[in-house]
Design a protein around this ligand. Sequence first.
Ligand code: AMP
Length: 199
Amino acid sequence: MRVLMVAPPGAGKGTQATVIASHFDIPHIATGALLRDHVARDTDLGKAVREHLDRGELVPDAIVMTMVREAIVAAKAAGGGYVLDGVPRTMEQARAAYRIGLELNMTADVALHLQADDEELLRRLRARAVVERRSDDTEDVMRHRLRVYYEVTHPIIAWYRERGILVPIDAMRPAKDVARDIIDALEARRRTTGDAGAS
Ligand code: AMP
């Protein structure tokens, strides 16, 4: 099973990607977590991206896609499945991910779109700010990340709809109900496509 997720900040991508990864026993590739790890370790890449993360700006496509390419090569060696969490975030990343997928015979089977309204997203981000203390969970940065999502990321959804792999999910409910819907939808898709990428 090869899945990518397009969702606004606070929709629960990370939580749901973890469920998908464990259900299908596939690698969970989370660009935000990989980038935060570089920042925490103060690597050269971390130094280059720290300000972008702190301001809620997107990291340049080339940096992200180099990381994603390596992760997809590793996922191929590990059995052929993956769940991409937090990427693609721009149309250029969507096209690049597709090119990488074609080249490695690893294109996504499903693009999950987690849907939630802005008030609910901001409520969840505020709750997370208290628990996780992420540097990008301040009120101004949260609102900015939401704007970036609508301007730059949301337009990708139409592209996946045209490709016939878009699966919309109502993410306004408790995480375990959302997870059940997602697993049901992915299992249904696996039955109809035969899922060459199952591990
Ligand atoms: P996330 O954990 O997915 O909410 O991502 C946290 C932050 O990491 C984002 O606000 C961006 O600064 C950066 N980031 C994560 N994924 C990407 C991506 N695919 N493209 C650009 N920036 C990203």
